[in-house]
Design a protein around this ligand. Structure first.
Ligand code: PEP
Length: 246
């Protein structure tokens, strides 16, 4: 399976950063063995699509409805309209900051697929949940409720992102990543059948140029969702390079 490496710029980036996006596009163009995407703030999607057609550009969230009285929200159809090809849904920062439930995330994933975009559905345990020995139970529960099991596998990826590893510089042991990704694969197979072998399961949480090689070599780690290290070509390139050799 080709690796998928996606940058999540979060609430970072203005028009002044188009040069950085262009530098990333240049790096991605040279990495034919890897699928590469950048999930940008909504304000930058249209202009980035127009200027850097080589890059797959995505959103970081969408509403579950197509349109209507939802001030400040963006629908999956609107993302598609400006040229996005994917979106993240259920990122832990949205689950925490906006109180998004698994049912919300499920609705957003459905809306994304209905609009014809690929979707990356995020799951992950908090540190307290891991310390209590509940990491797998929590993550598999999120998968069960957040992944629309009746939609098949086309265009669906899952990102396992331990909340405590996001933006902290801390990363789970390779054994813990291996065990969680294997458990997610089994859960997806139970829900979606044999086609679940084609669903890419990304790891996210402080992946960088120093640890990408080890993380991306783990069974069932089919790519990465990258926050901080996706903000410049200098930091993102070694991750793409590591993925291209797997
Ligand atoms: C993320 O927010 O999806 C993420 C993985 O962030 P970071 O790489 O900065 O930990």
């Amino acid at each position: 399976m080709r690796k998928l490496i996606v940058g999540n710029w979060k609430m970072n980036g203005t028009l002044a950063d188009l040069e950085a996006i262009g530098n990333i596009a240049d790096v991605a163009e040279g990495m034919e063995a890897v699928d590469c995407g950048l999930c940008l703030p909504a304000t930058l999607i249209g202009v980035a699509v127009a200027q850097f057609p080589i890059l797959a550009i995505g959103g970081q969230d969408c509403h579950m409805n197509e349109s209507g009285a939802h001030t400040g929200c963006v629908s999956a159809g609107m993302l598609k309209d400006v040229g996005a090809t994917m979106t993240i849904v259920g990122h832990s920062e949205r689950r925490a900051d906006q109180g998004e439930s698994n049912a919300d995330v499920n609705g957003k994933a459905r809306a994304t697929r209905a609009a014809g975009l690929d979707v990356i559905i995020c799951v992950g345990e908090t540190e307290a949940e891991r310390d209590a020995g509940k990491a797998e139970e929590v993550v598999l529960g999120q998968i069960e409720a957040s992944v629309p099991g009746d939609l098949g596998t086309d265009g669906i990826s899952v990102a396992y992102e331990p909340v405590w590893a996001i933006g902290t510089g801390r990363v789970p042991s390779s054994d813990d990543v291996r065990a969680m990704h294997a458990a997610i694969r089994s859960k997806l197979t139970a829900m979606l059948g044999d086609a679940a072998s084609g669903v890419r399961i990304l790891y996210g949480g402080s992946m960088n140029g120093g640890n990408a090689d080890e993380l991306l070599a783990i069974d069932n780690v089919d790519g990465g969702l990258i926050g901080g290290a996706s903000l410049s070509a200098e930091k993102f390139a070694p991750i793409l390079q590591a993925a291209s050799t797997k």
